[in-house]
Design a protein around this ligand. Structure first.
Ligand code: NDP
Ligand SMILES: O=C(O)C1=N[C@H](C(=O)O)C[C@H](O)C1
Length: 273
């Protein structure tokens, strides 16, 4: 059995991960980390999420939890996630990071840390979204002059925008067109914007109710619209992807891996026609 520690265990993804670990005989929950200010520290992580007692108390002691784990899975917040990565580097532990919203500086530090330990970093652990990335590249190459717009929707609690997945979609389209998201991205619009800049990659963000995660890439010319769409209905989908990554990662050489590596579709090079 693989001992997994969940970092961000008190959250929505924490709940989905506890549920997924309970249903999977390959894993045993070694530890569950919440923020130090959480009033439920010391309580059983399964019980706080409405599952039967598991005997794993919520804790804020990160070094101790990393020590107990064969692999660490993180869905928390960027600052907390970086601190965790530093501890994992000290203890030479593999880590799967699903957290989004990292700054460019934080991403640079993650790349540096991943020179010492194996890290899977992906804004979306679902199979469907990783196929969406691959198909987006093909579509953006095939329709180089189409207006690219990325529309994403999430629940009212989400604290980063656009979503990590939407930004990755934008980076994918930009790379397929020989540019970067920093160059071509228009992350939001308001006021007297003027006409659409040719070649720009636009974003629209919806935050409403309990939307789990919707992403659409629209490629529009004057005469046709092409859409690629993914909808997640249950966080179980992300949790199972993260556990798939957690099973794949231990024993890999130090490096920064993507969910495409885990799924074995990093070399996917579908050709049209
Ligand atoms: N890659 C993927 O497939 C997916 C990625 N995500 C990303 O995962 C992240 C978490 O999402 P979600 O679960 O919905 O968010 P939540 O806010 O529900 O959960 C995050 C949890 O992390 C906790 N936390 C904060 N600081 C620390 C700390 N220092 N140590 C440990 N835990 C801490 C928070 O506790 P507190 O409330 O006390 O601050 C909170 O309970 C987001 O960045 C989201 O975008 C989400 C789904 C899928
Ligand atoms: O915060 C979420 O919920 C999600 N975040 C991820 C992102 O920012 O892309 C992935 C997923 O859509 C759910």
């Amino acid at each position: 059995m693989l001992a997994v520690s969940i970092h961000g265990a008190s959250g929505r993804m924490g709940k989905a991960l506890v549920g997924a670990v309970r249903e999977n005989d390959t894993f045993k929950l070694a530890a569950a980390v919440a923020s130090a200010s959480d009033s439920r520290i010391g309580q059983d992580v399964a019980v706080i999420h409405g599952f039967p007692y598991l005997g794993v108390p919520l804790t804020a002691n990160v070094p101790e939890t990393v020590q107990k784990a064969d692999v660490v899975v993180d869905f928390s917040q960027p600052y907390a996630s970086l601190q965790l990565l530093r501890t994992c580097a000290q203890q030479r532990k593999p880590v799967v990071v699903g957290t989004t919203g990292f700054s460019a500086e934080a991403k640079a530090e993650i790349e540096e840390i991943a020179q010492t330990i194996p890290v899977v970093l992906s804004p979306n652990m679902s199979v469907g979204v990783n196929l969406l990335f691959a198909l987006a590249r093909i579509a953006a190459e095939a329709m180089p002059d189409a207006d690219a717009e990325i529309i994403e929707g999430h629940h009212r609690h989400k604290i980063d925008a656009p979503s990590g997945t939407a930004l990755r979609l934008g980076e994918t389209v930009a790379a397929a067109r020989g540019t970067t998201l920093a160059e071509a991205g228009v992350l939001s619009r308001e006021g007297f914007t003027g006409p659409r800049a040719p070649g720009s990659i636009g974003f629209a963000t919806i935050r409403a109710g309990e939307i789990v995660g919707d992403h659409t890439l629209l490629l529009a010319t004057g005469t046709e619209h092409f859409e690629l769409k993914h909808k997640a209905f249950d966080r179980k989908n992300f949790a199972e992807g993260a556990l798939r990554a957690a099973l794949w990662l231990p024993g890999k050489p130090a490096g920064l891996y993507d969910m495409n590596d885990v799924l074995g579709i990093s070399g996917l090079n579908l050709k049209l026609g």
